[in-house]
Design a protein around this ligand. Structure first.
Ligand code: NAD
Length: 300
């Protein structure tokens, strides 16, 4: 068997097109332009690339983008003051603080300062709670992207066995919540799990979010299963020349693609979905803040 390759890049492009359509409708019918504020503290080059991409895609979708690039020596009080102002700004419907923050700033204090109604990263206890009991609101971006790809691939997910590798607040836990809401039967595996290969062999859906290159082997995959590889790992690529690197996922793609029914590649699978879902969340929060029902195709 050769798996169908799930093209996250193409899906994300289509999603961004639909988001732009919703933005136009919000402007035309309600005079609302969804606005996303992205805050970055310090000069981490990786974070700067992310922030630039987020700002560009926000503008391309017709939304308002506000970018705050603060020096590394910014104090926690100054950052909290900015968040307070963004919480009160009528132009801003989503606030994203790019992590990691410099060591002298407590990320939890910063996250707790974000107004839950504008928490497009779904980090605050209020957002996590709403997701868990099924109330409308923003949903963690990467798991929302994974869910959209799974639905597009499989249609209904009801009754399927899903094994999620990783239990982070960012990916594993919200992924479990979302798949539970789809009536999947969930197993969450983590670093202390025993018999991981055996567990994965029972899965109709495998979501790998561990951060260990090629951890999941081809012979762990049940024939026909759907594999979503969230991992992004940079490894040495001597075949490309000395000192060169390449990106790989948590799944041994070559081997798994011979067994799985469908699989996401790395890069080009889950990665492009994350920013698209950030934009989707901003449309959702802009709708809810204004008493409107968020577009159905942008929510779980
Ligand atoms: P994390 O480090 O916070 O969590 C990793 C999880 O993996 C932990 O819960 C840990 O218990 C589990 N784990 C560790 N070793 C394990 C093992 N041997 N077997 C099973 N579970 C094990 O990481 P994260 O933030 O959830 O990210 C995971 C991966 O996903 C990383 O590679 C990250 O770069 C990537 N990621 C990608 C996107 C995207 O947009 N595609 C977004 C977020 C994270």
């Amino acid at each position: 068997m050769t798996a169908r390759i799930i093209d996250g890049k193409a899906f994300a492009e289509g999603l961004r097109g639909r988001i732009a359509g919703h933005v136009q409708r919000l402007q035309r019918e309600h005079g609302i332009t969804p606005g996303l504020a992205v805050v970055i503290v310090g000069e981490d080059p990786g974070s700067q690339v992310y922030v630039r991409n987020k700002a560009r895609q926000t503008v391309e979708a017709g939304m308002l983008s506000e970018k705050y690039e603060l020096p590394a020596e910014t104090s926690e009080a100054e950052l909290l003051d900015l968040i307070g102002r963004l919480n009160n700004s009528d132009r801003v419907h989503g606030i994203l603080v790019q992590l990691p923050l410099p060591k002298h700033i407590d990320p939890n204090r910063v996250i707790l300062a974000i107004a839950p109604a504008k928490d497009v990263d779904c980090f605050t206890p209020e957002s996590v709670g709403r997701l868990s009991i099924g109330l409308p609101g923003p949903v963690s971006c990467t798991p929302l992207g994974c869910l959209m790809l799974l639905r597009d691939t499989l249609g209904r997910l009801e009754g399927l066995n899903a094994v999620i590798l990783g239990r982070s607040n960012l990916v594993g836990k919200p992924m479990a919540q979302l798949l539970l809401r789809e009536n999947c039967t969930i197993t969450v595996a983590h670093s202390r799990t025993k018999n991981l290969p055996e567990m994965v062999r029972g899965a109709d859906i495998v979501v790998a979010a561990v951060g260990r290159p090629l951890l999941v082997k081809g012979d762990w995959i049940r024939p026909g299963a759907t594999v979503i590889d969230v991992g992004i790992n940079r490894v040495a690529a001597p075949e490309k020349g000395e000192g060169k690197t390449r990106l790989v996922g948590d799944v041994d793609f070559e081997a798994a693609a011979k067994v799985a029914g469908a699989i996401t590649p790395v890069p080009g699978g889950v990665g492009p979905m994350t920013i698209a879902c950030l934009l989707a969340n901003t449309v959702t929060t802009a709708s809810l803040i204004n008493g409107l029902v968020p577009p159905k195709d942008l929510t779980p």
